[in-house]
Design a protein around this ligand. Structure first.
Ligand code: NAP
Length: 326
């Protein structure tokens, strides 16, 4: 396991990040409640207590209320700002009038989105801004103008992307002055295409895999931090009710994760996250649980990743894929 690109670049050394998508009371227009604020405070405290120093947002989470509730919690605990890096995303727009939910990388939208995020969070700058999902209508020169404006105004320190392939990153990067330092993708033991594409080259069985070849290797070679969204696979292997009654690969993997948690003297969550982190790309998982107990259960993941043998990594992979390798 290498050193995280974000650490190498002096941006953050937090091995785990906390994802704030579940905070703020859901995708509705209800006002924030005292309970929403208390839940957010407890989640952030739990994350900080296990050494998490990077917090992931997006303008659209809970229709803006995830950032707003975080801002309220931060107001009550202003000392937190020194301990944390804040990352947000823009580029997804909710349905408005006749326009459906869509993606928008226009300069105007990027600038307005960051102003909205800063206001809701109650901070002067974002440590990182990611473009959330590729916009087919994107004009890289317009993105470049927006990034320059944001950097010059001191509103954003570093930039990155999410859900992009190598080619999309290269295409965008050609026009930008700032390096893209993050690519956030869905990477987990429950969503295996990022590994499957590499072990199925030249195999007909690999035909249904959807992961753009070379994306992992490109990010590693260019020192771009891979962040894993959905890293707990929403609890699929760690006790979510009913998950043990699904397919045979899920059933056997739930059992294997439990056994390994005993072997490594830790929690199932730490095993599932440690599996992602054992990959040599030094992936940074973005944990999305809102429950302090479940967040605390993630604490050992870096230790598990350090200790996990190649044999154990493959045991989990082969169990979750449900068949032996080619
Ligand atoms: N870039 C993107 O396109 C993108 C997309 C999605 C997410 N994200 C980011 O990634 C973060 C994590 O994503 P995620 O929330 O999908 O990932 P996750 O960490 O895999 O899953 C967390 C979710 O699973 C539930 N869960 C976990 N263990 C459980 C269990 N044993 N039983 C029942 N429920 C369980 C949690 O519920 P509790 O809250 O009750 O624990 C929470 O809703 C988000 O917060 C967001 O910041 C980014």
């Amino acid at each position: 396991m290498g050193i995280m690109p974000l650490t190498q670049r002096g941006i953050s050394s937090s091995r785990l990040a906390y994802g704030c998508m579940g905070l703020g009371g859901g995708r509705n227009r209800n006002a924030l409640t005292a309970e929403d604020i208390a839940l957010a405070e407890a989640a952030v405290e739990a994350a900080l207590s296990i050494g998490i120093g990077l917090f992931d947002h997006a303008d659209v989470y809970a229709l803006g209320k995830a950032e707003a509730v975080f801002g309220e919690a931060l107001k009550r605990n202003p000392q937190w700002r020194q301990e944390m890096k804040i990352q947000s995303k823009c580029g997804i727009r909710n349905a408005e009038g006749a326009a459906p939910k869509r993606f928008d990388f226009s300069k105007e939208h990027i600038l307005a989105s960051v102003d909205g995020s800063l206001e809701r969070l109650g901070v002067d700058y974002l440590d990182l801004l990611l473009l959330h999902r590729p916009d087919p209508l994107m004009e890289p020169d317009e993105v470049a103008e927006a990034f320059d404006r944001l950097e010059t105004a001191g509103k954003v320190r570093h930039f990155g992307v999410s859900n992009m392939s190598e080619r999309q990153i290269r295409f965008l990067q050609r026009s930008l002055r700032q390096p893209l330092v993050v690519n956030q993708l869905q990477l987990s033991l429950g969503h295996l295409d990022w590994i499957e594409h590499g072990v199925n080259v030249n195999q007909r069985k690999g035909i249904d895999i959807n992961f753009q070849e070379g994306t992992l290797e490109y990010c590693r070679a260019e020192n771009i931090q891979l962040q894993a969204w959905g890293p707990l696979a929403k609890g699929l292997f760690t006790g979510r009710a009913g998950s043990g009654e699904q397919t045979e690969p899920v059933r056997q993997t739930v059992e294997l994760v439990r056994e390994m948690a005993e072997e490594y003297r830790t929690s199932p969550e730490a095993i599932v996250l440690g599996w992602v982190m054992r990959h040599p790309a030094a992936i940074q998982p973005i944990i999305g649980s809102t429950r302090p107990g479940r967040i605390a259960a993630c604490k050992d993941a870096p230790r598990v990743a350090e200790a996990m043998s190649s044999g154990d990594w493959y045991r989990l992979f082969v169990s979750a894929r449900g068949k032996l390798l080619p």
